[in-house]
Design a protein around this ligand. Sequence first.
Ligand code: NAP
Length: 332
Amino acid sequence: MSKPRAFISRRIPQPAIDIVAAACDYGIWDDLMAAPRDLFLREAAQSDGVLVMPSERIDDEFLNAAPRVKIVANMAVGYDNIDVPALTARGVLATNTPDVLTETTADVAWALLMAAARRLVEGQRVMEAGQWGAWHPFYMLGQDVYGATIGIVGAGRIGTAVARRARAFNMRVLYHNRKRAPQLEVALQAEYRPFDDLLRESDFVVMTAPLTDETRGMFGAREFALMKETAVFVNVARGGVVKEAELVEALKRGRPWAAGLDVFEVEPTPKDNPLFALPNFVGTPHIGSATLRTRTAMATLAAQNLVNALTGRPPLTPVNPEVLASFRGDSA
Ligand code: NAP
C-alpha cells in the first residue's frame, strides 16, 4: 500500500519531520522564509495533507488547487489564516496547536506588561542617549503592577495563564469573554465584567482573544478613551484586533498611559511605524511562542495531527471535529 503524501511548508524542528517521515512520503520547503505561493499550491496539489504556518492562507484558492488534501495541520493555536467553514463544507480537517504554547505566550504578555508599566525600554533608550538626568523624586515614575487590577479580554488558555501570573502579583482579576467562565471565577477569584466596564475599571488591559469577525478592530479610539489615564494596554492576540492608527493617537494623548504589543496590523511592521516614535510604547516582533522547546512542541503536535488524520486515526486537536464523522483518513 502506498504511503500518503504530505507537504511541510517551512523548515521545522527535526523531531516533527521525523514523525511525518515515519508515516508519509513528504515534501518540505526547507527554508526559514515562506515558500512562494505558487510553489506551495503546486506541492499541495500533489498532497493528501499539509503542515502549514500562519503565513499560509488556506482559502478557496487553496482548496481548488489541492483537491486531494484531507487535513490542514496549522502550526499555531490561532487559525485566522484558515477559512474553517470552507474546509468544513468540503470535509477537510483543520487542526491547531493549543496548550503547548500557552505558558510561553503568557510569559511574553507578562514581559510586555512589566516593561510598559515600569518604562524599561524607555529607560534603556534614555541611558544610551546619554540623557540620564539627575535623580529627583518624580524621575521616570511608572505604574505599580503589584496589587493593581488586571482586565483580561478573552480569558481562555493564554488569558488564564496571564491571570495566574497576576494572582501571584496579588492583583484583582477581571475578565471578559462571550460566555462566563465559572472555573476561572472559582480558581482565580476572577470577576466577570461587560467589555466597557472592564475597560473602565482595569489598570492593565490584556487582550488574548482570537482574531475573528467579532474581534477585528475591537480596540480603537472609543475603547482607549474608556480606559484609565494610568492604564497599560497589552496585546498578544493578533494585530488585527487593534486599530493601530487610533492607538498611536491615544498614546500621544496619554490614554492609555502605555501599551505593549507583540502583534501588529502588518507583520513585519515597517520601521517607520509611528508607534516607534512614542516613549510609552514597547513592542516585540510576534515572539509569543518563540522558544525552541515550545516551537518543537508545536511542530510535533502539528505533525502528529497530520499523521493521525492520514492514517485513519483521529487528530489530537481538531478545529472542526464535526468533519470527523464523515472523514476518510484512509488515503494510504
Ligand atoms: P482560547 O483558549 O480559545 O481562548 C480564547 C478566549 O477568547 C476564549 O476564552 C473565548 O471565550 C474568548 N473570546 C473569543 N471571542 C471573543 C470575543 N468576541 N470577545 C471576548 N472574548 C472572546 O485560545 P488561546 O489558546 O488562549 O489563544 C488565544 C489567541 O492568542 C489565539 O487565537 C492567537 O491568535 C493568539 N496567540 C498569539 C501568540 C503570539 O505569538 N503572540 C501565540 C499564541 C496564541 P468565549 O468563547 O467564551 O468568548
